[in-house]
Design a protein around this ligand. Structure first.
Ligand code: PGA
Length: 253
């Protein structure tokens, strides 16, 4: 991390802790996060818990994110949620293009770009996820895939937009096999170089988070990389002590 970008630690609860247990987890994080010390802490509960978790965290330094949204503002889209609805429920962030959305629900680069633009237009801060599969990495296509995913959203971004990008190699998500610090840094640096082709200011302003089996014992090494500005945490975000240990790793020594 560099001192110019605020570190972000975001917890993606996925389809877990929807109701009362989500409020309990949020309350535990709030209680034990004595001082975020300049780290931006975000939790992303399921839609059903967004409003209650937001209320639980009201007045705290912890922000709330949606895990997905529809690009349209409203309309006949059964089962979908708009950016305005996420905001109304208390979210200030939204995770977009998570690999589970891309792989299991057919989300495309173009669709993620549309959602990113819609989120920003509505005043929500998108965390745009990118990452290669193991087959793509083994075929030597990591940079092609990841940079194409980033390029798809670059036109929607501006230095002051408040967005973040999360590099999440698909092979590292939920597997316990995290990218090494060197592997993460290599891809993060390439992402930042691509952003710099649009503008150096955009490259400098964009936090690039790493995600994929981030745990208390590997967080410090990953977060010490100059181009790793935070973490998007799945499994370890379901335990307040583990999550807060990762937040503490973002403080640095
Ligand atoms: P993980 O998930 O930390 O459980 O690997 C990360 C993510 O999916 O964002």
């Amino acid at each position: 991390m560099t001192s110019t970008r605020t570190p972000i630690i975001a917890g993606n609860w996925k389809m877990q802790h929807g109701g009362r247990s989500g409020c309990e987890l949020a309350a535990a994080i709030r209680r034990d996060l004595a001082d975020p010390r300049g780290v931006s802490v975000v939790v992303a509960p399921p839609f059903t818990a967004l409003a209650a978790v937001s209320a639980e965290l009201d007045g705290s330094a912890i922000s709330v994110a949606g895990q997905n949204m529809h690009a349209a503002g409203s309309g006949a889209f059964t089962g979908e949620i708009s950016a305005a609805m996420l905001k109304e429920a208390g979210a200030s962030w939204v995770i977009l293009g998570h690999s589970e959305r891309r792989q299991l629900f057919g989300e495309t680069d173009a669709g993620v770009a549309e959602k990113t633009g819609a989120a920003l237009a509505a005043g929500l801060r998108p965390i745009v996820c990118v990452g290669e599969t193991l087959a793509e990495r083994d075929a030597g296509r990591t940079f092609d895939v990841v940079l194409a995913q980033v390029a798809a959203v670059t036109a929607t971004l501006a230095p002051s937009a408040g967005h973040a990008i999360a590099y999440e190699p698909v092979w590292a998500i939920g597997t316990g096999r995290n990218a090494t610090a060197a592997q993460a840094e290599e891809v993060h640096a390439r992402i930042r170089a691509l952003l710099a082709e649009t503008s150096v200011a955009l490259a400098e302003a964009t936090p690039i988070l790493y995600g994929g089996s981030v745990k208390p014992d590997n967080a410090a090494a990953l977060l010490s990389c100059p181009n790793v500005d935070g973490a998007l945490v799945g499994g370890a975000s379901l335990d307040s002590r583990q999550f807060l240990a990762i937040v503490a790793a973002a403080h640095g020594p």
